[in-house]
Ligand binder design. Structure first.
Ligand SMILES: [Zn+2]
Length: 460
């Protein structure tokens, strides 16, 4: 028994409100009676895939297929009902790795919490009707788990919170790129190329948003990025996941009638100063940008993220694939016995090795298996920082009106460990994205931190 974990059975499933979900987890916010252990917390549960039922009439409860992700494999080893199930890998990974790279004041507080099947089943039953149909078809709450993650609830409570998925904040160095891709990949950023490809496939994407603007630290460019995110948010009814807006814990989905935006308007404008009724949307956008801009310009988080991304992915997937091919000429990238996921001890060694390397130039890469494993781990970790979100939390309007000097906060979330089996998919996607961009009039994306001291990570 690990005694430091809380027990979710001290609350009722009814005390938890469905907030949102990603590819592998689903998140609830505590809305029950006052409770010092659970107030202002969010519960994060693992999901598992739903097995397709051959006979839809026989449908009872969704069943789980074999675990497919690294985290699933690691934590399901002890399933179905081991009370000594290890803490969720998110927690161990944050303590071992993430906290060594990102100052702790910019990370959510994570705690382990015990869960039981009956409790999870009741919660799942209440939640299924609230989930998007395309998600319900794919996966469901994994009832086999005995531990889950309790985190700081960053979107609930009074006030307004904005979630931004900033994505890739750097242009690759030309050193390890191939002749065929060098010109393309060093001119247009990965996000803009990917957005182009998705839009040609009919997907809603954040067209016009360039992460390099958001990461630039330049007020005009950060404002441009926020404007693009807002316009896409309004234009797609909040369907694109690069921007989410929460007011008092409730996600705002913008609709044409504008009443959907009333809670946000109430947050952004003091009661005495309603937005210009002739141009309500323009006024609201300006107020939104003016609220977020100072927070984004002053936080070190974006620069830290961009530096981590570019230094951990110093070779680009092309350079990594080339190094792999020289070490294992007959084994495809990310497969075979050499492709094992680092365990936590190896992650800890990676963090020390990275610190020891310091600011050494990464231009000379030794062709050794040890170096390859280091670079694979670095790439996986870099992928976590490319895929994370940041939560900007604004103080409640009343506090701001009263001149109470409460400042906003910026917190990095969703830093999950990625599995090595993703490498071949990433390499294939990279080729697909670049190929889809050939012949397109290229967008010139400007990396404000390009070449700025490869290994220098601004850390506390
Ligand atoms: Zn771009």
């Amino acid at each position: 028994m690990q005694t430091d974990a809380l027990d979710i059975a001290d609350t009722s499933p009814q005390d938890w409100k469905y907030i949102s979900e990603g590819g592998s987890t689903i998140v609830f916010s505590y809305v029950g009676p006052p409770n010092t252990l659970f107030d202002r917390t969010a519960l994060r549960l693992r999901k598992g895939p739903v097995v397709a039922h051959s006979d839809p009439d026989k449908h009872q409860e969704p069943q789980l297929a074999e675990p497919s992700t690294l985290e699933d494999r690691q934590t399901s080893k002890n399933a179905p009902a081991d009370p000594d199930e290890p803490d969720d890998p998110t927690i161990v990974f944050q303590r071992t790795v993430i906290e060594q790279l990102m100052p702790i004041e910019h990370l959510p507080r994570l705690q382990s919490v015990h869960v039981a099947r009956a409790w999870l089943e009741e919660l799942a039953e209440r939640t299924e009707p609230l989930r998007p149909p395309q998600r319900r078809a794919k996966d469901t709450i994994d009832r086999g788990r005995r531990k889950a993650v309790l985190a700081t609830d960053l979107v609930g409570g009074a006030g307004c919170a904005v979630e931004i998925k900033p994505k890739w904040g750097f242009l690759p160095k030309p050193t390890y790129l191939s002749e065929e891709t060098r010109a393309i990949k060093t001119r247009t950023c990965r996000f803009c190329m990917h957005a182009h490809m998705k839009s040609t496939q009919g997907e809603d994407v954040a067209l016009g948003y360039c992460p390099l603007d958001l990461y630039s630290g330049d007020a005009t460019r950060v404002e441009k990025a926020l404007r693009a995110l807002w316009d896409v948010w309004i234009g797609t009814g909040g369907k694109v996941n690069n921007l989410k807006v929460f007011v008092e814990g409730k996600i705002i989905k913008p609709r044409a009638d504008l009443t959907s935006l009333a809670p946000l308007t109430a947050q952004l404008f003091p009661t005495s100063a309603n937005p210009d009724p002739a141009y309500p949307l323009d006024a609201l956008r300006s107020a939104f940008i003016n609220t977020l801009l100072p927070l984004l310009l002053h936080t070190p988080v974006l620069h830290t993220l961009s530096t981590l991304q570019r230094t951990l992915d110093a070779l680009d997937i092309e350079g990594l694939a080339a190094l792999w091919a020289r070490m294992y000429p007959t084994i495809p990238l990310g497969t075979g016995p050499a492709a094992h996921d680092p365990d936590m001890a190896e992650w800890a060694r990676f963090v020390s090795a990275r610190a020891a390397r310091g600011n050494q130039s990464s231009d000379v890469v030794p062709e050794t298996q040890e170096e390859l494993h280091y670079r694979v781990a670095a790439y996986l970790l870099g992928a976590s920082f490319k895929d994370c979100s940041i939560i900007l939390r604004m103080p409640p309007r009343a506090a701001a009106d009263a001149g109470v000097g409460e400042k906003g906060t910026v917190t990095v979330i969703d830093l999950d460990v990625k599995g090595v089996d993703r490498l071949p998919k990433w390499a294939a996607l990279d080729r697909e994205i670049v190929d889809a961009y050939r012949g397109v009039v290229p967008r010139e994306c400007v990396d404000a931190h390009y070449g700025g001291g490869g290994g220098a990570v601004p850390l506390a």
